[in-house]
Design a protein around this ligand. Structure first.
Ligand code: DGL
Length: 275
């Protein structure tokens, strides 16, 4: 079966929240993760800038003969997924905020979404809203500064008062407006899900698309026999070592090692991206 790598990328560490779902579902795949930290946040950059970075990163994966690429970033997907699919022959799996499942789930029909300005301002998001928000209210909440604060991660620690204060300023108004469901529309936010849960309380459902995109990747690999996923026919055996994951970053490597090790839960040694 096909041992080619699968490239996964984000503007920074956010995509780790997606990578963990992929690794859980497909433990024998060789994964290569790129954090484009030197260019984060994508959420307030022009569409052109984000597209350029996505093309560069995907050509880096292509040069390593990847069999598929996962855009583990809502902002980058909104800006560049069609362009990447037009440019490369392998499957490009993108992600979008979980608006559809949230609408199906909500009883009060008042749903909140946290995402970047880039995602919320994109044509793709407008289309998503038009398709799935019917007889319901979707309250959008951009979160300026939140991704930067997560990336800063003082010694890898995301559980600090400054984070809580910032997060409250975004979440309190949503709770006051009576949401019963909250969409995490940026892959960085599941990394602070515990704090989000503490702030909104137990009665609000929190939904992200990490596992959905991992399932979509699995499906895309399954329908292409030539790139079918590795070792899926049998149940993953306990004794079998999971395939190693490579981590790359365009930013500061020492900082990436500390933060990613903390978030990944295992020691991570990052390589420097040459562009
Ligand atoms: N993690 C990205 C997303 O899912 C965006 C973070 C950023 O603004 O760079 O939208």
């Amino acid at each position: 079966l096909n041992k080619q790598i699968i490239g996964v990328f984000d503007s920074g560490v956010g995509g780790l929240s997606v990578l963990s779902h992929i690794h859980q579902r497909l433990p024998n795949e060789s994964l290569l993760y790129v954090a484009d930290t030197a260019f984060m946040p994508y959420g307030c950059k022009s569409e052109q800038t984000v597209q350029d970075r996505c093309l560069r990163i995907t050509s880096f994966f292509a040069a390593r003969q990847c069999k598929a690429v996962v855009i583990a970033c809502n902002t980058a997907t909104a800006a560049a997924v069609y362009q990447l699919r037009d440019t490369y022959p392998f499957p490009i799996v993108g992600m979008e905020p979980a608006v559809k499942p949230a609408m199906q789930h909500s009883r009060s029909k008042v749903v909140g979404i946290l995402a970047t300005s880039g995602t919320l301002g994109s044509d793709k998001f407008q289309q998503l809203k038009q398709r799935f928000v019917k007889d319901a209210t979707l309250i959008v909440q951009p979160c300026p500064g939140l991704v930067e604060r997560i990336e800063q991660g003082e010694h890898g620690d995301l559980n600090n008062e400054a984070m809580r204060t910032l997060l409250r300023s975004f979440l309190d108004p949503l709770v006051q407006q009576g949401i019963d469901t909250l969409v995490l529309g940026c892959t960085h936010y599941p990394l602070i899900a515990t704090m989000i849960r503490e702030i909104v309380g137990d009665s609000i459902s929190i939904i992200d698309s990490g596992d959905a995109i991992a399932r979509e990747l699995e499906r895309r690999l399954d329908i292409r026999l030539d790139i079918q996923s590795v070792g899926k026919q049998t149940e993953p055996q306990k004794t079998q070592q999971a395939s190693p994951i490579e981590f790359w970053s365009s930013g500061d490597i020492q900082h990436a090692d500390v933060l990613m090790s903390r978030l990944w839960g295992n020691p991570v040694k990052t390589k420097k991206l040459p562009f």
